[in-house]
Design a protein around this ligand. Sequence first.
Ligand code: NAD
Ligand code: UDP
Length: 339
Amino acid sequence: MRKVLVTGGTGYIGSHTVIQLLNAGFEVVILDNLSNSSKGVVARIEELSGTGLDFIEGDVRDHELLRGIFAKYAFDSAIHFAGLKAVGESQEKPLKYYDNNVTGSIVLFEEMMRAGVHKLIFSSSATVYGDPGYVCYSETTPLAPINVYGRTKLIVEDTLRDLKKAEPRWQIALLRYFNPVGAHISGRIGENPFGVPNNLMPFISQVAIGSRPKLMVYGNDYATPDGTGLRDYVHVEDLVAGHVAALNTLGDANSFLTLNLGTGKPYSVLEMIGAFERTSGVKIPYEIVERRAGDLPEYYANADLAKEVLGWQARLGIDRMCADTWRWQKTNPAGYVID
Ligand code: NAD
Ligand code: UDP
């Protein structure tokens, strides 16, 4: 049985990943400090997969703890989701972001090395590309992030490129996510942001459930068809399937993968509002306000390489993204607090 350490496994993408891993026959141990997730997720994962797992509450920066975990379990691989992801906060608190995202990653890699575990999937992001001056990003688009969060991701990517050169036995996948949205089809797990959501989809769904009065649309004067920003939204279940495919593909012949995970088709803010209203039957009040600092008008993935290398392609469209988000929000109006 293949055993995987999933850091950040109670978070949004991590929790969906753990279900697919358990369903695919992997054994899973989660390490998460619960800084942005709830322990109640674990019982839901077990309920949905019909399988048990080990959950360890702790910080990925804790060398001693990691050493103990690697001594206890014979892992084949790790998937490293643990990290902080709010772009605005990263600009205000750079030390917090470099410490969590960069130091945390290095401690993990050191302890993997010590334990002889050399297979890794790292959660990277389209933010590593910055603003190249065009809108369709392939993996060869220059890397020039424009915010602290993006720079933490690039530093970890660079660390892993250097590690691979120095230690060829490592097998590493850098997966660059575009805009993950949606939830498990059961409505039992989903995105559960603490505080005011930064991202569009959780904000829309909190307006729909009535916990926020209206959505602020950040600008309708971009040079896009309806003036609002365009993004490549990808269903979390598709995104996660890309991780399982990467884990199965990593090997001697494919030992360093750098792949975009997106659909290749962007949608505007107004299109997302329209899709949510159509699938939920709920009206989303909104107001057009100033552009948000640092936002780009438009970008999306060229995801051809993931198709070629992994045989992976996103399957689920925006109606499923919205319907699944709404099912989760409607049945869990206050997130996981009921557990
Ligand atoms: P999330 O916040 O829901 O999950 C991250 C998890 O990591 C949380 O459960 C949090 O408690 C945990 N964590 C944070 N710091 C930790 C630490 N030092 N030690 C142990 N646990 C820690 O976020 P998510 O959306 O699931 O994102 C997962 C990963 O994917 C992150 O690395 C994020 O940067 C990356 N990513 C996310 C998006 C997105 O839009 N959601 C896009 C691109 C990349
Ligand atoms: N957006 C918005 N209102 C919000 C949150 C986001 O209009 O409350 C817009 C944002 O300007 C961008 C798109 O929705 O055009 C996606 O934003 P999100 O923060 O989800 O993703 P990112 O900008 O990080 O790609």
